[in-house]
Design a protein around this ligand. Structure first.
Ligand code: AHR
Length: 511
């Protein structure tokens, strides 16, 4: 009896002495962190395409290549973005791709019904987008129009972009100046079919999906086309269940999921002048991703135990009120350390579930929602989210190593969340990277990490932190927040010890 009491005493004392206990089994791990979870999203929405990516071929003030900003291309190359989703979003189910090819002065205009009611002149179309992807070195992910388009229109797009033989559509592509097809593997079969994509029920959408995909195969130059079904919103588990049940799995490579870290759809709150309560709620929404991914995966496991179908989180990120004085339909918001926290905890979830989550797209790349880049005429800045995604990109295509995290709590008004989140991987050269996020708004967190299954002699790291949660980069001070060398970590034998400042993101490298 005394022995048990002594043991309990020592365990309790050990827990008190070190706030956060982590264990890394460096010799374990079998699943790859697919680089495609680092994907991005570019919709015809606000200033994402026009002014963000594209400033027009005739622009003399901003350096560009065929109308695409050179500063943006350089920044996205450095970020190593693996794929880019286009042209929507809700816009995709209103987009008729033939409006965006051929002579620019002959292209019809349309009204961007979902986003600000502005007139879209179609000057940025299929050629612009696919050529731009080649320039950036990223793979295109095209979202086809299911909601207001036809099966024939969709087949024609696949044929136009990817068919190498002689056909009406590939001939039209050649007439428009592109001899060889592009490489387009990823195709979204509509977007948010439960809402802006047609307000369908899952049973009906599953049938529509089957109809569209029946006619899509056989045109692409890819060995295998990757077809992504329009997925659930957050915790709509029925949607995933019906799709997995009713769509034959030989017609399906991915099922999507959309989840935004929004406080309240009717009261989203400001992007920079938020309170600690608002921050806490945003973190609740962001860390919910763990439960969502787990539960959607459980449903998928029931129908697909071999995990052949990927869970594709093709819209995620923070969503706040637009910046005062900007068009409410343009979804332009600033990006603070709160967004760095969302990015860090979300990517950790994706890493830890990499056996099922094999693709994802942050919404959106430039000037819209949780952007990695903001532009103002000729000026451009990189947001805290950009820096997190760049620090974390060492995990792309590395082998995930399970990291056990016993975290202390971040407590506010009697509610609590885990303060620390983490993930780890081993790259092709055997180098181990560990990503840690402390979301606690006030407390520094001490960590003790037990290194098992390997010998390491050095640890280095990078950190993203700032004095205030609300801090952000501005066009006047674009480098206020940027990664720095992390000095708060040391290694002794098989133990790492460190201190993570409040609301900070750290990436460690072990050799
Ligand atoms: O990303 C903004 C919008 O959010 C997308 O167009 C839509 O798919 C989602 O509702």
């Amino acid at each position: 009896m005394r022995t048990l009491a002594t043991l309990i005493f020592f365990v309790a004392a050990f827990r008190l002495s070190a706030q956060n206990q982590l264990i890394l089994n460096a010799d374990l791990g079998k699943h790859k962190i697919n680089k495609h979870i680092y994907g991005h999203f570019a919709e015809h929405l606000g200033r994402c395409i026009y002014g963000g990516f594209y400033v027009g071929e005739d622009n003399t003030k901003i350096k560009h290549t065929n109308g695409v900003r050179n500063d943006v291309v350089d920044a996205l190359k450095k970020l190593k973005i693996p794929n880019l989703r286009w042209p929507g979003g809700c816009f995709a189910d209103t987009y008729h791709w033939k409006d965006g090819i051929g002579a620019k002065d002959k292209r019809p205009t349309i009204v961007n019904h979902w986003w600000g009611g502005v007139t879209e002149d179609n000057s940025f179309g299929t050629h612009n987008f696919l050529d731009m992807c080649e320039l950036i070195g990223t793979e295109p992910y095209l979202s086809g129009n299911v909601g207001s388009g036809t099966v024939q229109e969709f087949i024609d797009w696949v044929q136009y972009t990817t068919f190498d033989g002689t056909s009406p559509m590939s001939d039209l592509r050649r007439q428009n100046g592109r001899e060889k097809p592009w490489k387009v593997k990823y195709w979204g079969i509509g977007n948010e079919a439960w809402g802006c994509g047609g307000n369908m029920r899952p049973e009906y959408y599953a049938d529509v999906y089957r109809q569209f995909t029946t006619f899509l195969s056989g045109w692409t130059n890819e060995d295998k086309i990757f077809r992504i079904a329009s997925g659930a919103s957050s915790s709509d588990y029925k949607w995933t269940e019906v799709l997995m049940r009713d769509i034959p799995h030989n017609m399906l490579e991915g099922v999507a999921l959309h989840h935004y870290s929004v406080i309240d759809w009717n009261k989203k709150g400001p992007s920079t002048t938020f309170s600690e309560e608002e921050y806490f709620t945003t973190m609740k929404r962001a860390t919910l991703m763990e439960e969502l991914v787990q539960k959607h995966s459980n449903i998928m496991d029931k129908y697909d135990p071999e995990k052949k179908v990927a869970l594709v989180v093709d819209e995620w990120g923070g969503w706040y009120d637009v910046e005062p004085g900007t068009n409410p339909g343009f979804l332009y918001q600033q990006n603070t350390m709160r967004d760095a926290m969302i990015a860090g905890v979300t990517l950790n979830v994706f890493h830890n579930h990499c056996d099922r989550v094999r693709m994802a797209n942050l919404a959106q790349t430039i000037n819209v929602l949780q952007a990695v880049i903001l532009t103002n005429e000729e000026k451009m800045l990189l947001t805290p989210t950009y820096h997190v995604m760049e620090m974390f990109n060492v995990h792309q295509d590395a082998t995930m190593i399970p990291l056990i995290v016993n975290s202390s709590d971040y407590v506010l008004n009697n509610e609590k969340l885990k303060a620390i989140s983490g993930s780890a991987s081993r790259d092709a050269n055997g180098v181990i990277h560990i990503s840690l996020v402390n979301i606690d708004s006030k407390k520094e967190q001490e960590i003790t990490l037990d290194l098992r299954g390997g010998k390491f002699s050095s640890v280095t790291g990078e950190i993203l932190s700032s004095p205030r949660l609300q801090d952000h980069n501005t066009f006047e001070n674009p480098d206020k927040i940027k990664p720095a060398t992390f000095k708060g970590i040391s290694i002794s034998g098989t133990t790492l010890k460190g201190k993570l400042p409040p609301f900070s993101v750290v990436v460690l490298e072990l050799k």
